[in-house]
Design a protein around this ligand. Structure first.
Ligand code: MN
Length: 350
């Protein structure tokens, strides 16, 4: 059997012209047979989630861990930072470790790591990249630098959990209710609750299958989208209260370091609020500026406008990203400027 991604792409290409077949990168990937035999012969496996982990990297790692146990493997999930709150309902998440012993490892698997340095362990353990211990790199970011000894990169996949789902099916591993829950959380996270443009019919089909297999859908939705601590709500209140739409139809709001202190919150608490700002119908695009606690300014851009290319605007500030979502980080502080204008019938200024 040939490569899973290729097979899938071939099947999809017939239905959907969106999938392209002429990217030479697809042909330098490891075959499914190679990946399967690698997994089968390994006993002590460490799965690495990227730094500042999100729902996709945690969901992928845990789903794979539970599945590989069916083959009797000893699997450890590891990440330099702790899993975020909204993943704490996932089975096995409490067993995450922030370090591991390379001498007791015969296979490393990186999940959802868009570049080698996002594993972060390459700084303390540079030998993880020398390929003496095989490193299987499973990811969906187009930016991936193929750092593994084995690579399964599928840029059209909406999430890494989408790749893991197809991998488990290909390997005849049972997708239990626990595994389905981990996979579902990753897909909901990376598609913004099935709202982003990466929500293909294949994603919806997979989600229906996960639900049928017992995924705890309600719990996933509650943790991801309906859980907001009061400090975060207060911070979001400031973002919204300060929002202005200028004469160029750009929505702007800003949060200072002082705001974070007063709201007892962190820059991570801003995640998601820009989508509310970006819903003002007449706006061209939205900018959210914030200071962090390390003396940097972070700018985030969003638009619903198909004619905008926000990656170019972010590039002016040394940043980058996508056409509809981009950002930058610069050292510095932001100042508020208030303009006052005198309006009086006693004056004739025109
Ligand atoms: Mn992802």
């Amino acid at each position: 059997m040939s490569n899973l991604a290729l097979n899938y792409l071939l099947r999809s290409a017939k239905k959907n012209a969106y999938f392209t077949m002429n990217n030479p990168k697809y042909f330098t990937q490891s075959s499914i047979e190679e990946i399967k035999s690698l997994l089968k012969k390994s006993e002590h496996i460490v799965i690495i989630s990227h730094r500042n982990p999100d729902g996709d990297t945690i969901g992928s790692a845990l789903a794979l861990k539970h599945a590989l146990k069916q083959w009797g493997k000893n699997v450890t999930c590891s990440c330099i930072n702790p899993p975020p709150d909204y993943t704490l309902m996932l089975p096995g998440v409490w067993e995450y470790v922030n370090d591991f012993d390379l001498n007791k490892t015969d296979l490393l698997i990186a999940v959802d790591c868009g570049a080698h340095y996002l594993m972060k362990f390459n700084e303390t353990k540079p030998e993880i990249l020398n390929k003496k211990i095989p490193l299987l790199n499973i990811d969906h970011h187009p930016s991936n630098d193929y750092f593994g000894s084995h690579n399964l990169i599928w840029p059209e996949a909406a999430a890494t959990t989408f790749i893991i789902y197809h991998l488990l099916i290909e390997f005849d591993l049972l997708i239990t209710a626990n595994i389905a829950t981990c996979l579902m959380l990753g897909v909901y996270y990376d598609t913004g609750s099935l709202k982003h443009s990466n929500t293909t019919s294949e994603v919806l089909t997979m989600n229906a299958d996960l639900l049928q297999k017992g995924a705890r859908h309600e719990e996933v939705i509650k943790e991801l989208f309906h859980t907001t601590p009061i400090n975060r709500l207060k911070l979001w209140g400031r973002v919204m209260q300060r929002a202005r739409i200028n004469e160029k139809k750009v929505v702007v709001s800003a949060i200072t370091e002082q705001d974070f202190i007063e709201c007892n919150s962190e820059p991570e608490d801003l995640t998601g609020v820009i989508d509310f700002l970006n819903s003002i119908p007449e706006s061209k695009f939205t900018v959210l500026l914030n200071e962090d606690r390390k003396g940097n300014i972070k700018g985030s851009f969003r638009t619903q406008n198909n004619d905008m290319d926000l990656s170019r605007i972010a590039a002016v500030f040394g940043g980058g990203g996508h056409k509809k979502a981009s950002g930058f980080t610069l050292p510095g502080k932001i100042d508020q400027e208030i303009a006052w204008k005198i309006r009086s019938n006693a004056l004739n200024l025109e």
